[in-house]
Ligand binder design. Structure first.
Ligand code: ADP
Length: 140
Protein backbone atom coordinates (compact mmCIF):
# COMPACT_ATOMS: atom_id res chain seq x y z
CA UNK A 1 0.00 0.00 0.00
CA UNK A 2 1.43 3.36 -1.06
CA UNK A 3 1.01 6.77 0.58
CA UNK A 4 0.85 10.27 -0.83
CA UNK A 5 0.67 13.68 0.79
CA UNK A 6 -1.97 16.14 -0.27
CA UNK A 7 -2.81 19.65 0.87
CA UNK A 8 -6.26 21.13 0.36
CA UNK A 9 -4.92 24.60 -0.38
CA UNK A 10 -6.26 27.90 1.04
CA UNK A 11 -8.51 28.47 -2.01
CA UNK A 12 -10.17 25.08 -1.36
CA UNK A 13 -10.84 26.01 2.27
CA UNK A 14 -12.07 29.54 1.39
CA UNK A 15 -14.48 28.15 -1.19
CA UNK A 16 -15.85 25.70 1.43
CA UNK A 17 -14.90 22.76 -0.74
CA UNK A 18 -13.13 20.69 1.94
CA UNK A 19 -16.00 18.18 2.09
CA UNK A 20 -16.58 18.02 -1.66
CA UNK A 21 -12.91 17.36 -2.42
CA UNK A 22 -12.48 14.79 0.36
CA UNK A 23 -15.62 13.08 -0.94
CA UNK A 24 -14.10 12.87 -4.41
CA UNK A 25 -10.84 11.57 -2.94
CA UNK A 26 -12.57 8.87 -0.86
CA UNK A 27 -14.82 7.83 -3.74
CA UNK A 28 -11.67 7.31 -5.82
CA UNK A 29 -10.53 4.72 -3.29
CA UNK A 30 -8.10 6.68 -1.13
CA UNK A 31 -8.12 6.31 2.65
CA UNK A 32 -7.35 9.29 4.84
CA UNK A 33 -4.73 8.16 7.36
CA UNK A 34 -3.81 11.61 8.70
CA UNK A 35 -5.48 15.02 8.50
CA UNK A 36 -5.30 18.45 10.14
CA UNK A 37 -6.24 22.07 9.49
CA UNK A 38 -3.44 24.60 9.90
CA UNK A 39 -2.38 28.03 8.72
CA UNK A 40 1.13 28.07 7.32
CA UNK A 41 3.42 31.01 7.97
CA UNK A 42 5.27 32.46 4.98
CA UNK A 43 8.41 30.85 6.34
CA UNK A 44 6.85 27.39 6.60
CA UNK A 45 5.18 27.68 3.19
CA UNK A 46 8.54 28.68 1.70
CA UNK A 47 10.21 25.73 3.38
CA UNK A 48 7.60 23.29 2.03
CA UNK A 49 8.02 24.63 -1.50
CA UNK A 50 11.78 25.16 -1.15
CA UNK A 51 12.43 23.28 -4.39
CA UNK A 52 10.73 26.17 -6.23
CA UNK A 53 12.74 28.90 -4.48
CA UNK A 54 14.37 30.13 -7.70
CA UNK A 55 11.18 30.05 -9.79
CA UNK A 56 9.54 33.38 -10.76
CA UNK A 57 6.26 32.39 -9.10
CA UNK A 58 7.84 31.50 -5.72
CA UNK A 59 6.78 34.72 -3.92
CA UNK A 60 3.24 34.44 -5.25
CA UNK A 61 3.10 30.77 -4.21
CA UNK A 62 4.30 31.51 -0.66
CA UNK A 63 1.82 34.40 -0.29
CA UNK A 64 -1.00 32.20 -1.50
CA UNK A 65 -0.13 29.17 0.63
CA UNK A 66 0.08 31.35 3.75
CA UNK A 67 -3.06 33.39 2.94
CA UNK A 68 -5.40 31.21 5.00
CA UNK A 69 -5.80 27.79 6.55
CA UNK A 70 -5.12 24.65 4.57
CA UNK A 71 -5.75 20.95 5.18
CA UNK A 72 -2.80 18.58 4.73
CA UNK A 73 -3.64 14.89 4.60
CA UNK A 74 -1.81 11.63 4.15
CA UNK A 75 -3.68 9.31 1.79
CA UNK A 76 -3.24 5.60 1.31
CA UNK A 77 -4.05 3.49 -1.74
CA UNK A 78 -2.28 1.14 -4.08
CA UNK A 79 -0.35 3.33 -6.55
CA UNK A 80 -1.40 6.37 -4.48
CA UNK A 81 1.12 8.88 -5.85
CA UNK A 82 0.35 8.42 -9.55
CA UNK A 83 -3.38 7.78 -9.07
CA UNK A 84 -3.74 10.93 -6.98
CA UNK A 85 -2.03 13.08 -9.59
CA UNK A 86 -4.41 11.62 -12.19
CA UNK A 87 -7.37 12.45 -9.91
CA UNK A 88 -6.32 16.09 -9.42
CA UNK A 89 -5.29 16.78 -13.03
CA UNK A 90 -2.68 19.08 -14.54
CA UNK A 91 -1.20 21.99 -12.56
CA UNK A 92 -3.02 24.45 -14.83
CA UNK A 93 -6.79 23.81 -14.63
CA UNK A 94 -7.10 24.94 -18.26
CA UNK A 95 -5.03 21.90 -19.20
CA UNK A 96 -6.60 19.47 -16.72
CA UNK A 97 -8.78 16.57 -17.86
CA UNK A 98 -12.56 16.83 -17.45
CA UNK A 99 -13.75 15.61 -14.07
CA UNK A 100 -10.45 16.14 -12.28
CA UNK A 101 -10.39 18.09 -9.00
CA UNK A 102 -8.52 21.01 -10.55
CA UNK A 103 -10.69 21.12 -13.68
CA UNK A 104 -13.81 21.15 -11.50
CA UNK A 105 -12.72 23.69 -8.90
CA UNK A 106 -9.44 25.55 -9.64
CA UNK A 107 -9.25 29.14 -10.85
CA UNK A 108 -5.66 29.31 -12.07
CA UNK A 109 -2.29 27.63 -12.29
CA UNK A 110 -1.34 29.19 -8.94
CA UNK A 111 -4.61 28.79 -7.07
CA UNK A 112 -5.25 25.20 -8.00
CA UNK A 113 -7.07 23.72 -4.96
CA UNK A 114 -4.77 20.79 -4.13
CA UNK A 115 -1.19 19.64 -3.80
CA UNK A 116 -0.18 16.08 -4.60
CA UNK A 117 3.28 14.57 -4.02
CA UNK A 118 5.22 13.80 -7.22
CA UNK A 119 6.98 10.64 -5.94
CA UNK A 120 6.73 8.15 -3.09
CA UNK A 121 10.04 9.42 -1.78
CA UNK A 122 8.81 13.02 -1.67
CA UNK A 123 5.50 11.85 -0.20
CA UNK A 124 7.37 10.43 2.81
CA UNK A 125 9.37 13.66 3.24
CA UNK A 126 6.25 15.82 2.90
CA UNK A 127 4.27 13.61 5.30
CA UNK A 128 7.00 14.12 7.90
CA UNK A 129 6.80 17.87 7.32
CA UNK A 130 3.21 17.97 8.63
CA UNK A 131 2.65 14.90 10.79
CA UNK A 132 4.22 13.15 13.76
CA UNK A 133 4.15 9.35 13.71
CA UNK A 134 1.32 9.18 16.28
CA UNK A 135 -0.89 11.38 14.08
CA UNK A 136 -0.87 8.79 11.30
CA UNK A 137 -3.57 6.22 11.95
CA UNK A 138 -4.83 3.57 9.55
CA UNK A 139 -8.57 2.87 9.49
CA UNK A 140 -8.09 -0.82 10.24
P1 ADP B 1 2.12 20.52 -9.12
O1 ADP B 1 1.52 21.12 -7.85
O2 ADP B 1 1.05 20.23 -10.14
O3 ADP B 1 3.05 19.36 -8.86
P2 ADP B 1 4.47 22.24 -9.54
O4 ADP B 1 5.24 21.34 -8.62
O5 ADP B 1 5.05 22.56 -10.87
O6 ADP B 1 2.98 21.70 -9.79
O7 ADP B 1 4.23 23.64 -8.81
C1 ADP B 1 3.89 23.71 -7.45
C2 ADP B 1 2.79 24.73 -7.27
O8 ADP B 1 3.29 26.02 -7.59
C3 ADP B 1 1.57 24.55 -8.17
O9 ADP B 1 0.64 23.60 -7.70
C4 ADP B 1 0.99 25.95 -8.19
O10 ADP B 1 0.24 26.23 -7.01
C5 ADP B 1 2.25 26.80 -8.18
N1 ADP B 1 2.66 27.17 -9.54
C6 ADP B 1 3.27 26.38 -10.46
N2 ADP B 1 3.49 27.04 -11.61
C7 ADP B 1 3.02 28.29 -11.42
C8 ADP B 1 2.96 29.46 -12.23
N3 ADP B 1 3.43 29.47 -13.48
N4 ADP B 1 2.39 30.56 -11.70
C9 ADP B 1 1.91 30.58 -10.44
N5 ADP B 1 1.94 29.50 -9.61
C10 ADP B 1 2.48 28.38 -10.09
Amino acid sequence: MERTLTILKPDCVKKQLIGAVINQIERAGFRVVAMKKIKLSKETAGEFYGVHRERPFFGELVDFMSSGPCVPMILEKENAVADFRTLIGATDPAEAEEGTVRKLHADSKGENIVHGSDSAENAAIEAGFFFAAEEVVRNN
